[in-house]
Design a protein around this ligand. Sequence first.
Ligand code: PLP
Ligand code: CA
Length: 301
Amino acid sequence: LDSTLPASFERAEIKTFVESYDNFLFDCDGVLWLGSEVIPGIPATLDWLRSMGKRVFFVTNNSTKSRQQYAEKFSKLGIHASPEEIFSSAYAAAVYIKEVAQLPKDKKVFVIGMDGIRNELDNIGIENFSLQDDKPLFEDSDLLQYKPDDQVGAVVVGLDRNISYRKYAQAYQYLRYNNGGKGALFVATNADSTFPMSGTMYPGTGAILAPLITALDREPIVTGKPSLNMLEAVFAQHKINPSRTCMVGDRLNTDIQFGLQGGIGTLLVLTGVNQLKDLEGSSIQPSFIIPGLVNLSEAKD
Ligand code: PLP
Ligand code: CA
């Protein structure tokens, strides 16, 4: 380990850290993989944790895939994971709409986002639709097509690589006028300002959301980290003790904030978005820091 790290672990400390927890929640991008490449040594590190009886769960803010699609990605990267261990912001949005907001059965959901969100809504039995056309311009003649559809009870927004003015305009109508003038339920899978891909950063779901927030002067319910929806889903579906649970992540304002708000342990890894310099002056401080998740296996006997 790099001895210049302020909170860097000695081998004995890593051992004590690993022994302090029975359950680990792992953020995915920046911790397990970078885009489509697994971080070397991660599959073996997770297998080693499992071999000691640790339970592992995965919590990602990336809403573009369903749990089933993530299970396939994990398998392709050589990481053992079952769909029940995987929690994504798209799944959390579907659970929120059904169980917390209790959207009436005769209402449907308008989706801005990729397939992951629609798949999770389908899986949970909620009718949903999105705008498939990618006509770029909003023509005057299009105005005639905006018949307010009061059956739309909620709008979910996630990262959409085909975002368009038409989608915003349609979402705005539902969010502003439906539900007897109170507006449809406004849900965002996550609000990450950016996300990393191929060594650079791209505008994230937070950036996709901003025009709607501005137009409506209204904030969405966010189901991804740092909101605790995914933690509550893990606790509801698996019997685990919060005081023996640690969140491992690479981003302070999502992962580490999530762990701190959830009252569980927090471990920052430096293989993703945030680096040591980002800790200076930040109000969000992890309990532990380690260069990479693979370094945990330095505690191996
Ligand atoms: N959203 C998108 C679209 C992403 O591509 C990523 C990471 O690649 C994220 C969010 C953040 O995902 P995670 O929470 O696994 O770091
Ligand atoms: Ca991450």
